[in-house]
Design a protein around this ligand. Structure first.
Ligand code: PEP
Ligand code: MN
Length: 709
């Protein structure tokens, strides 16, 4: 070895030493954080304060994300780490309240050491500070049998996966036996493909895994036509078989830990169809355990409805009417009774709470059969969404009342169109609110979607994403398929551009919106984008609208260049009538005789649409005017007029933009727009009471009832 590489080695080993020190400091800080949590839990033992406070959690996540941004660290990385820390702290506080910190438990799981079930069981026990003797069984049924016979104190079994769905066999066990749920746990599944030697996956003849593992990687497997998928009883067991066979043409799908444990070479990482692949486990016991009322709980039950019309609805109304929000409803066949079903219901509630007791009693009389499977501390609650908020302006002024006072009642008999009925205001008194990532579009918030006209390069989109996020935007825009007037103009980067946009969204934690131009693009686009935009030129592409009605993704429907509001709402009706209710309207200017601006921005459309429809409406002042100097005034006016948000084009160097250079804001101009935006009073968000009552009268009785809840 020459002198230079010796030097290099010494330097690297020094740096590694520093890393080791930092890692150990991180672990010590986590331990210190847990000590403080334990003290908090002690303080709470004396009071009635609940241990999970969504406001406080959001505050923590927001401030660490802000700090990360300042330090140039990916906020989404920091967010993920802190979500785990917060979950751990809830488990820790829970164990203080239930008094079961410490102790030793015999736990049955399915599979062998290093299977996902093993990892999840460890995570659950660690959270409560319990020592466990873990025993793996070949099947779910055998693990349950060990619990029932008293060979184990708990059985921890998977119940659902976010990619592959419910695990029917575990539901069957819950139905057949006296088993109760006392807890739940989640595990992020990160599948890899591993073999004894580093050979290209195309040379494999067999791939072994648990059927769930094979199902979760179906797309990956479909791309390897030479390999046969072979189900085995366990992912880690599959790794073990591959290692024992020594055959380089066989590979297994399982965790990185299992691959390492059996000395295999990892051929591909992250091969699940969905990158966010989680499994939820239930912790089973022979008896139910009451849980302290201060712990956020879920309750699970099995329900058989009466043979009457609307029987399931009546049962669900009992839950909803008593303020219990349902988190899961699973229907399974009733064995021996063809075409009859029983339901597994999970809802937020605690069977020790008198309110829940009353609801369960009412359910018993409404249903044919009920088995309460237990109440247990909730680990999986949907992350709360927030209304779009703007950065706080320097000094607050309030002119909202003024704007509300000028909001006059709409005409007594609202004009009705025969071209649309579902998007008509009379069909729904409440505004439609569309969830995008963790932001709500519609209702009282104000959402800013910003980014370049077109995605041009990785640098361009990532720097724009950071910029718009730092100034308070909620969603990142960027076109990858561009509808251009001239076939000789830049047409967009296509699918590779979408990959860059996805990357920028991930790095900044912003959801993304991009235009879909053809029916054939819809499904692939829906997998990657958070909102699918229909451009002005495609507003009446009815095949495209129908296709968008079939996907479960919000649609941003731009108003056509020469379309009336009536035609626009009828176009929205196409999407809604085909099943997808998540439509956001976007006014982007229309063709008039005026030529001073690129289009004439029709701000009156805001008032008209809000009166006639329940759908949210946002404004695009960039395409609406065509010139950057007009963008900010129109954006502010849109907020005052009652729009639910904005779509704005921003470019790091507008003069070099490959499309829509004249109307794209520079970073400084965007900062200026955002800085003053919150000072503009938000237009009439609440509708005059008298008008709302009139509409309520026009609604069917059932809708009126729902509106009062
Ligand atoms: C765009 O948003 O970049 C776009 C092409 O918009 P429009 O369809 O409104 O012209
Ligand atoms: Mn554009």
């Amino acid at each position: 070895m020459d002198g230079q590489s010796l030097n290099e080695q010494a330097e690297i080993s020094d740096l590694r030493g520093s890393l080791d020190e930092l890692d150990s400091a991180i672990v010590r800080l986590i331990a210190q954080r847990r000590e403080v949590i334990a003290a908090v839990a002690k303080a709470k033992e004396r009071g009635s304060a609940t241990i999970q406070d969504a406001e406080r959690e959001r505050h923590i996540i927001e401030s660490v994300q802000a700090q990360a941004t300042e330090l140039g660290v990916s906020p989404s990385l920091v967010r993920r780490i802190f979500r785990e820390l917060l979950n751990d702290s809830i488990a820790l506080q829970t164990s203080h309240l239930t008094g079961d910190a410490g102790g030793r438990m015999r736990v049955a799981f399915q599979g062998v050491t290093h299977a996902y079930s093993y990892a999840a069981s460890q995570k659950y026990l660690n959270g409560y500070g319990i020592e466990g003797d873990l025993t793996g069984y070949r099947t779910f049924r055998q693990a349950a049998a060990a619990l029932l016979s008293g060979d184990a104190d708990l059985a921890i079994l998977p119940i659902e996966n976010t990619t592959a769905g419910s695990i029917n066999e575990v539901y069957a066990l819950l139905r057949e036996h006296d088993l109760f749920i006392v807890g739940e746990e989640t595990w992020k599944v990160e599948h890899c493909l591993a073999a004894v030697a580093d050979i290209p996956p195309s040379g494999l003849s067999k791939i072994l895994s648990h059927p769930q593992g094979l199902e979760q990687c179906a797309q990956f497997l479909a791309a390897l036509p030479n390999a046969t998928a072979v189900p085995s009883f366990d992912t880690a067991g599959a790794m073990q078989s591959v290692a024992e066979s020594g055959d380089p043409s066989i590979a297994a799908i399982g965790s990185l830990e299992a691959a390492a444990e059996y000395g295999l070479v990892v051929l591909c990482r992250n091969i699940s169809d969905s990158s966010d692949n989680y499994t939820r486990f239930v912790v089973l016991c022979r008896s139910a355990t009451p849980v302290d009322l201060r712990i956020p709980c879920k309750t699970s039950l099995i329900l058989v409805t009466r043979h009457e019309e609307g029987a399931l609805l009546r049962c669900l109304e009992i839950l909803a009417g008593s303020g219990h929000s349902m988190t899961k409803l699973e229907s399974r066949p009733r064995p021996g009774m063809p075409w009859e079903y029983l339901f597994f219901v999970d809802f937020e509630g605690n069977a020790a709470d008198p309110r829940t007791v009353a609801a369960l009693d009412e359910l018993r009389s409404a249903a044919l059969y009920i088995k309460v499977l237990g109440s247990y501390p909730a680990k999986v609650l949907r992350e709360p969404a927030r209304a779009g908020e703007l950065p706080v302006p320097p000094e607050s002024e309030s002119a909202v009342e003024m704007l509300e006072a000028v909001a006059a009642a709409p005409p007594a008999a609202p004009r009705r169109s025969s071209h649309y009925k579902l998007v008509d205001r009379t069909a729904r008194q409440n505004d439609t609110v569309v969830r995008v990532g963790d932001v709500l579009v519609g209702g009282d918030g104000f959402v800013v979607m910003a980014g370049p006209c077109s995605v041009e390069s990785e640098d361009q989109i990532i720097s724009t994403a950071r910029l718009v996020r730092d100034h308070g935007a909620h969603v990142l825009r960027g076109g990858v398929f561009k509808p251009r007037t001239s076939p000789y103009s830049f047409q967009g980067l296509g699918w590779p551009g979408l990959d860059l946009l996805v990357k920028a969204g991930r790095e900044t934690g912003l959801p993304i919106v991009t235009e879909v131009m053809a029916t054939g693009q819809v499904h692939r686009m829906a997998e990657a984008a958070d909102i699918l935009q229909v451009g002005a030129r495609n507003m009446q592409n009815f095949d495209l609208l129908r296709e968008l009605g079939k996907v479960d993704r919000p649609v941003l429907l731009k108003r056509g260049l020469s379309s009336t509001i009536e035609e626009w709402l009828a176009a929205a009706e196409y999407v809604v009538a085909h099943g997808n209710q998540q439509v956001i309207l976007c006014e982007r200017g229309i063709r008039t005789f005026e030529s001073a601006t690129r289009n004439t921005l029709d701000l009156s459309a805001i008032a008209v649409v809000r009166e006639r429809s329940h759908l949210p409406i946002i404004i695009d002042p960039s395409h609406g005017t065509g010139f950057r100097s007009y963008v900010a005034p129109m954006a502010w006016a849109a907020r005052a007029a009652g729009a639910h948000g904005l779509l704005i084009e921003v470019h790091p160097t507008p003069e070099q933009a490959l499309s829509d250079a004249d109307q794209s804001l520079s970073p400084a101009e965007f900062a200026h727009l955002m800085h003053h935006l919150a000072k503009v009073p938000q237009g009439p968000v609440r509708r005059p009471a008298a008008a709302a009552d009139q509409r309520a009268e026009a609604m069917p009785a059932s809708a009126r009832l729902a509106a009062h809840h």
